[in-house]
Design a protein around this ligand. Structure first.
Ligand SMILES: [Zn+2]
Length: 434
């Protein structure tokens, strides 16, 4: 294996040090290392973070390869600094059997750009009626530990209870897309002043908060683990804070876009801002940032949701919901959390690597940047300034809300077990000579 010497890198934003990588593992860390290496990388001014872990990625394969494939999605992940992603189950066919999750897992292995951990559906066909084969998916080669009907809410309380009880047997977790279906029928955007003015169907905060309140109580009742997907309202934060204060095993994630954007953008009627859950108010954004900073919200998860142009370039009401996010997540977090003084780089590593890896029980990811650890690393240039150009993305889709926007920072390199997947900002074919 090619060995690497990364010179003058600021580990988690600390003082400059050298890192030597041999046989996929961090061999040595220190100043002025004399180690011999096949490749020297000048990392002056770059920050080293542990490889990022995404709990919430839509890779679209099988079934919607026009939007994304496991290959293009993992390439986008690598360019964003990710070394592991959780692939959501709302594919065609749905990932509700051992066969489908193993297929996605194998495609991830073949891609080589990023580890792919399939998420299993909670219910057959995401229909919310009958539990899927949770045990068989766990026992499969994909070793599924996170289950979610994401895109849809497990709204039947008895099914949700059974799922929580079932996954306890193997330390699994149910990741809930909290959306009360009746309260959000025909909903097009956040319910509030802007929806009233625009005359678009409103999506009330209570539709999210009511499900989260019910689920934290259910999780406590059966003594199981609950993870709340894409928290988007100040009220949801309060419920999660209350559940954590009780000592219940509840974790939560927030997307980059909910940390930066508000429903005021919907005034443009540009469907690029149409997303589920919807963009909320400035007060919600403030509460989400505060909660991520104090740890009430555990993780940033992208909810990377690629859509082909024909599903987004249409009138608002007909457009698909979702945004791509893998290649901009770290920059958005730098802008929303680091440059506002709410998180330091150690905090970013915790919320984007350590904690999501722990929630997904992913061995080998989210580890400290220390000698003897697998070299899953990102070299990030926080001083870079430039505008977002979707044409340079590796994802197959272009539905980013940040087109043309100035965002700070850029991923310089990503290492997956000591093998670069990105160098100097460009993808490296896995196994290609360095
Ligand atoms: Zn969702």
């Amino acid at each position: 294996m090619t060995s690497y010497l990364i010179r003058n890198a600021q580990i988690l934003g600390g003082p400059a040090q050298d890192i030597s990588i041999v046989d996929g593992v961090i061999r040595e860390i220190g100043t002025d290392l004399a180690a011999e290496a096949d490749v020297d990388i000048d990392a002056h001014g770059l920050i080293v973070l542990p490889g990022l872990v995404d709990l919430h990625t839509h890779l679209r394969e099988p079934g919607r390869e026009d939007a994304e494939t496991v290959l293009t999605g993992t390439q986008a992940a690598a360019k964003g600094g990710y070394t592991a992603v959780h692939a959501m189950a709302n594919t065609f066919p749905v990932a509700d059997t051992a066969g489908v999750v193993e297929q996605v897992w194998r495609l991830g292995q073949e891609s080589g750009y990023c580890d792919v951990q399939p998420v299993g559906a909670v219910t057959v066909g995401l229909e919310g009626k009958k539990l899927a084969e949770l045990g068989a998916m766990h026992d499969s080669a994909a070793n599924v530990r996170v289950f979610s009907d994401d895109g849809k809410c497990v709204d039947d309380a008895v099914i949700m209870r059974r799922a929580l009880e079932y996954v306890k047997a193997f330390d699994g977790v149910v990741a809930q897309h909290a959306q009360e279906p009746r309260l959000t029928e025909g909903a097009q955007m956040n319910e509030g002043r802007v929806s009233g003015e625009l005359g678009l169907g409103g999506w009330p905060a209570v539709a999210e908060e009511a499900i989260i309140a019910r689920d934290v109580l259910l999780a406590a009742h059966v003594g199981s683990r609950l993870h709340v997907c894409h928290v988007s309202t100040a009220g949801s934060v309060e419920i999660i804070r209350w559940a954590k204060d009780k000592g219940w095993d509840v974790t939560a994630e927030v997307t980059p876009h909910h940390l930066l954007l508000t429903d005021e953008l919907v005034r443009s009627y540009d469907p690029v801002y149409k997303v589920n859950p919807p963009l909320r108010t400035a007060a919600d954004v403030h509460a989400l940032r505060t909660a991520l900073a104090d740890g009430t919200i555990d993780a940033v998860a992208t909810d990377h949701a690629p859509h082909p142009a024909e599903d987004k370039d249409c009138e608002w009401a007909a457009a698909a919901m979702g945004m791509v996010g893998l290649e901009t997540a770290l920059s958005v977090v730098q802008q929303a959390m680091v440059e506002t003084g709410l998180l330091n780089w150690e905090g970013v590593a915790d919320r984007m690597s350590h904690r999501p890896a722990r929630i997904g029980r992913l061995a080998g990811h989210g580890r400290p940047v220390s000698v003897g650890e697998p070299a899953n690393l990102v070299l990030f240039d926080p001083a870079y300034r430039g505008s977002v150009n979707p044409e340079s993305f590796a994802t197959r889709s272009r539905n980013t809300p940040y087109r043309g926007l100035d965002l700070p920072g850029r991923v310089h390199a990503t290492f997956l077990r000591g093998v670069p997947t990105v160098l100097a900002g460009e993808l490296v074919e896995p196994g290609a000579p360095a």
